[in-house]
Design a binder for this molecule. Structure first.
Ligand code: LLP
Length: 424
């Protein structure tokens, strides 16, 4: 164990050596529900939302949870009940919002490749805004809206060419990224959008990347977006809302992103200073709302000592926890019950037949076969990116609320996986 604060504290804590989620022992949950098991803390989710709500008290502002981070229905339900809207990127995500009790009128639809069918589905549902990412999409959306007898509310996603100083796979607002419309083309695209019969311009938006750990890139992007709003409005197109994306990072292992309220205090001050105080705001945080509200519990299957490396083989794998393999991401790995024995340095790996199937490298752990570990900070971009590779069923998920536990997803069986398939 390191001396760093446990990610997800105080909702995840160690009591007399044993890891707890709120009032429940994780060891007991692992035994009761089996592993791999995702465990989420409802209080941690609401605790992560609270600084946004505090920052926006008295403002005309709405939080749209970016559900790609974790789209399980039980998780969506928590945010819907807390008054959040949703940022979606597919028709499937829209169906999930509605199934979880969310309102279509609180949905914004992002993404570079919306299909005509998805546009129709979202228009029929009556979503709040389409965040459009190319000029071609403006034309198609207008055409689809006219054919449905509707007018599509749109904002254009600006690519401000700002470096968010994060992993290259999760930076989205740089010139070389596929996202958004280049800063210098934005004014022309707004004038074009305003001329299309099927569209109504309502806002502007920007999202520069994910796991951002400082305020600087946000302030730079905000200035660029506000320069554009001034130019667009001077050209006669009113911009009702500013959507400032998501992207705020979390503490995986001693990372120190600004708190959401501190970040927004700076951004709101800049908005005021530039004469945009009181303008309607929308934001799309994902990871910062759920990342540290979840852990993945796993059983140690075998210890395999070797000449160059010792391996700790656990029953969770890259299909459950894809972030290390995809982004060399670091997740803390904590034994559920501390042992007094000496620790050994292991590569913690899963059962999948790929050398890339590692969860943590060179981790010092005091564990034996049959023990359980928690992979920390696993609430965001784990279950929502999970796959069935090696015909591994997706894990079960539970939501802890105080001393109560709700099963929000049962473990997937091989039958579930084969349901849609047919023999020749
Ligand atoms: N809005 C848009 C348009 C986005 O593309 C994203 C994330 C978000 C909001 C939410 O960003 P967040 O607040 O979660 O940073 N799978 C990667 C992260 C990909 C993020 C993609 N876009 C990972 O595991 O690190």
């Amino acid at each position: 164990m390191t001396s760093l604060t446990l990610p997800g504290a105080p909702y995840f804590s160690r009591r007399e050596g044993v890891l707890f989620c709120e009032e429940l022992s994780l060891q007991a949950l692992a035994r009761q529900h089996g592993t791999p098991l995702f465990v989420y803390s409802k209080a941690a989710m609401l605790g992560a939302l609270a600084p946004y709500q505090k920052a926006f008290a008295g403002q005309d502002a709405q939080v749209h949870y970016a559900m790609k981070a974790n789209s399980s229905l039980g998780v969506l339900q928590v945010f819907a009940q807390a008054g959040c809207g949703f940022d979606i990127v597919s028709g499937g995500e829209l169906a999930r919002v509605l199934a979880a009790g969310g309102q279509a009128s609180q949905v914004i639809f992002s993404g570079v490749g919306k299909t005509r069918a998805e546009m129709r589905q979202a228009l029929d549902a009556g979503i709040a805004c389409f965040n459009v990412e190319s000029e071609a999409e403006l034309d198609v959306l207008s055409e689809v809206a006219i054919s449905c007898g509707k007018v599509a509310p749109v904002s254009i996603r600006v690519n401000p060419n700002v470096d968010p100083q994060t992993h290259p796979y999760i930076s989205t607002g740089l010139k070389g990224n596929k996202f958004g419309i280049a800063h210098e083309d934005t004014l022309r695209c707004y004038l074009h959008a305003a001329s299309l019969k099927g569209l109504k311009v309502v806002g502007i938006d920007c999202h520069i990347g994910s796991q951002i750990t400082s305020a600087g890139p946000y302030l730079d992007a905000l200035d660029k977006v506000l320069d554009l709003v001034e130019a667009i409005e001077a050209a006669g197109v009113p911009i009702h809302h500013l959507d400032f994306g998501g992207g705020l990072g979390i503490d995986y292992n001693g990372d120190t992103p600004p708190a959401a309220d501190a970040l927004w205090a700076q951004l709101l001050a800049r908005l005021d200073a530039r004469g945009f105080g009181g303008r309607r705001l929308m934001i799309e945080p994902g990871r910062s709302l759920v990342g540290n509200a979840g852990v993945c519990l796993s059983e140690v299957l075998f210890l395999k000592p070797g000449e160059q490396k010792n391996f700790c083989i656990i029953d969770a794998a890259m299909n459950d926890l894809p972030r290390p393999a995809m982004y060399q991401a670091f997740h803390r790995i904590e034994p559920l019950a501390a042992r007094a024995t000496a620790a050994t340095v292991y590569d913690v790996v899963g059962p999948v037949c790929e050398s890339g199937d590692w969860i943590g490298r060179d981790r010092s752990l005091a564990v034996q076969a049959g023990d359980h570990v928690a992979v920390m900070s696993a609430g965001a971009y784990c279950m929502s990116m999970a796959s069935n590779y090696n015909t591994r069923g997706r894990a079960a998920e539970v939501l802890v609320d105080g001393d109560k536990v709700h099963i929000i997803r049962v473990r997937e069986t091989a039958q579930d996986q084969m349901r849609a398939e047919r023999l020749v």
